[in-house]
Design a protein around this ligand. Sequence first.
Ligand code: UFG
Length: 318
Amino acid sequence: MRVLVAGGAGYIGSVVTAGLLAAGHEVTVLDDLSTGHADAVPSGATLAAVSLHDSAPVLADVRPEAVLHFAAKSLVGVSQQRPHEYWDTNVGGSLALLEAMRAADCRRIVFSSTAATYGEPESVPIREDAPTRPTNTYGASKLAVDHMLTSYAVAHGFAAVSLRYFNVAGAAYGLGERHATETHLIPIALEVAAGKREALTIYGEDYPTPDGTCIRDYVHVEDLADAHLLALSAPAEGEHRIYNLGNGTGFSVQEVVDAAREVTGHPVPVVVGARRAGDPAQLVASSDLIRSDLGWAPRHTDLAGIVRDAWDVARTRA
Ligand code: UFG
């Protein structure tokens, strides 16, 4: 299939691009390189370095049969301080992309949504029919695009899938996380192990969890790529599906730190700090729906394996 990957120079988009190429698809990456890296775009894909707002000429030229849309701003804290950037890129940019698709007669899309659309969960594991009450602008902006897709499916016959990621981690095809501003737990733990940071701050150890630290559902980026390939052809025209993507198992911050120590063989000094605003105690996905509908089955469910893959790529880059 001829596909356009918006945000294909970022962490998840570049891994999925590599997966699409390996499966024989023809890929154009559209990315403004504001947070992505041109050298992360796998060779074999063509790069159009433009923003979502300027995507129409690229779609008119490429005439893709499907779009995978990863391009977004994704820092929860920044979304609270500079919300206009999140509404502009995540919502305005997505609207421009959907209109460019309509103009190019392309109606198939897989969208990167997020667990942040649910906000503080009433119960875990979180199912797709849980209430969506985002607690930050990032989650709200992603939820707005989910609603956009539902209306485009109804009004314009779009065949759409929103994949709501939980905590994406690990590495594949030699591609891993590489953010100018790193906020995610596993990359930070590995930077401490590598001696690039002195210590990791655990944001609170007084949560109502067995060891007092927050529990998250870490899903391997390669399993995520599998899900995108399955989702690509799943919906019929006029259908918008929403699936959670997680392993269904939660690991605590302390367990991640222990795994980083074990995998790297280095000490990972920690200091215990205050809770980070807006962090729910536990976020674990129910992925039953995508497993039963699409036959998705994660292959990398072991935490140490996920951390090891991230470590191997981070070390190679260093
Ligand atoms: N944490 C620390 N110290 C750190 C970094 C993180 O203790 O230095 C903790 C956090 O408090 C949290 C856990 O590690 O309990 C995971 O934090 P991350 O920042 O790695 O990930 P989040 O769970 O906050 O965020 C992820 C995605 C977001 C998405 C959110 C959904 O990265 O994009 O899940 O709620 F919005």
